[in-house]
Design a protein around this ligand. Sequence first.
Ligand SMILES: [Mn+2]
Length: 337
Amino acid sequence: MTNIDWQPLEQFLQGANRFVVASHVRPDGDALGSSVGLAEWLDGRGQTSLVVSPSPVPPRYDFLATPGRIGHFGIDITSEHLNTYDALIILDLSSWSQLGALSEWVHSFAGPRLVIDHHVSQDEMNAVVLKDTRAESTGTLVLDAIRRLDGLEAINPVVARALATAILMDTGWLAHPNMTASTLTDLADLVKRGADLAEIHRLLFQRGTVGRVRLLGEAMARVRLEAEGRLAWSAVSFADFARLEALPADTEDLINHLMSIDSVQLALLFVEQRDGSVKCSFRSRKLNCAKLAGDFGGGGHRAAAGATLEGPMAVAIQQVRAAALELLDHALKADPT
Ligand SMILES: [Mn+2]
């Protein structure tokens, strides 16, 4: 449940007929689940939509939509094709950097645009912005919009499965502190509309490769603890992927394993990208990850955030470690318990 007034969305939908639905780089369950849920709902309303991702869709999410439903920008979708659409809906982001390769096209797109999001960070995107930073996921917001505008009957099993995936992944399967009683109400509604949560869990977590398991093993074997165990970090180089037969998308859950250590207050995971830049993920139960990531040009949520730094890896690690150790030191002085 949110306090967003969805009438601007209704007006936006009535003002156009062909929509591009776009989300962020390195898409996660919320980005893809909310995009597919929204797009399938629009189809049910007799409108046309195209889901486009600036990065490849990780294989674990291939069950969300029929093959070809989600286009990969630059590979099977061109700017020229996107320009044939009337309007743009952006989900699960509100900063230009998160659009990756799509950023240039979005800047140039002449049609109206609307953002539905729950992130704190925000750039001026010349869009109608429908945002609730207290919402646990963008999927929650899309569900709320459908419920208010068309009623729960408008949710078919494909929409229900996509939105349940979004909510479950952004709440760490109900394990993160952003989940509330309304998360359960929302999931109950989606189960009634055909979402099979046990099946979603199987599709997400039991169709991996041996490469993913090897990557987990190596990344965890390399764990480093600092600040009396309050900081844990690990790193994956780009060469690791080929050597272990793993994919960059296989790093998605690694950082949660660092958070499984009792003493850890802040976890960092460094992943070297193909171009030599370094993606750093931040997780904490009490420190402000969004602020720390912001110091490196990134952003996100208080408990989970990310930033991309220039390489080489050793320099990126050194810079973020130094800032992390300083933050932990301040936190310890403020609250010695
Ligand atoms: Mn999200």
